[in-house]
Design a protein around this ligand. Structure first.
Ligand code: ATP
Ligand code: MG
Length: 234
């Protein structure tokens, strides 16, 4: 996987459970299970997929764990193609004869169809139009897509899992952890709640914003007086 596990990952227990259930639900025999996480930019789709992948690769017993995880960032169709190329090289499927892009996709899909226990993450699939031909259809593996787009029917996902901002408890836990105040005083707890409520009311995908909180706390003062107060009462 190209990204390290996030040691500050907070919450999302319910969606992680829903992803697991969706991917392991008994579908049509022999067909790959596909599920997607959809939501606004910055809301935490990639981080949730990453946590899912690490959790079910490292943290579970062998029967449940993935044997292989492939992660492709889908900024462009070229990125998807080179992702398949990398997988082919990693699995040593690239014989001298296999050079054409179509052939590479074919050999990777054949490998996936013949193996079990793999997870393929297609991350940031914000333009689903070019993905369909790359999707493995046969095989006992799982495909997890992250996308800002809700309509992913053409990729076989009838109902993507919608990701919203963190809920209030998760948001407070995140703020306190991110600022090193887990053992918080009541004042800090109240300040974190106020800040979280303020950002929640803005419906801001605020995870990204909060990252800049510590140590540049001052930045918040310009956003809202309430946030300024919340910060300064900590
Ligand atoms: N559950 C979480 N716990 C801790 N940090 C998080 C969590 N979710 C997201 N973050 C932080 O928020 C930032 C944005 O999250 P992420 O990249 O997953 O958003 P995204 O929805 O994939 O955005 P985009 O649509 O731009 O790809 C990350 O850099 C990460 O540090
Ligand atoms: Mg993302």
């Amino acid at each position: 996987m190209p990204l390290d596990r996030n040691p500050c990952f907070t919450g999302r227990a319910s969606i992680l459970e829903q992803i697991r259930q969706a991917l392991t639900a008994r579908g049509t025999a022999g067909l790959t299970q596909v599920q997607a996480i959809a939501g606004l930019g910055g809301v935490g789709k990639t981080q949730t997929a990453l946590e899912y992948a690490y959790r079910y690769y490292w943290d579970v017993n062998r029967d449940e764990a993935y044997q292989a995880v492939f992660w492709i960032r889908l900024d462009t169709e070229q990125a998807l193609q080179s992702g398949f190329q990398e997988i082919a090289e990693m699995l040593m499927l690239c014989e001298a004869a296999v050079k054409e892009a179509d052939q590479i996709v074919r050999v990777v899909k054949t490998w996936l169809a013949e193996h079990t226990g793999w997870l393929l993450v297609l991350d940031n699939a914000d333009d689903p139009s070019f993905i369909r031909n790359y999707l493995p259809k046969r095989g006992q593996g799982h495909v997890l897509i992250t996308s800002r787009v809700q309509d992913l029917q053409r990729l076989g996902v009838i109902q993507p899992l919608s990701l919203d901002a963190l809920n209030p408890e998760e948001a407070v836990a995140f703020l306190l952890q991110r600022t090193g105040r887990e053992a918080a005083s009541q004042a800090a707890q109240r300040a974190a709640e106020a800040l979280s409520a303020e950002l929640g009311h803005c419906r801001w995908p605020w995870n990204r914003l909060v990252l800049t909180w510590s140590p540049q706390v001052l930045a918040f003062k310009t956003i809202s007086p309430a946030i300024g107060i919340a910060v300064w009462t900590c």
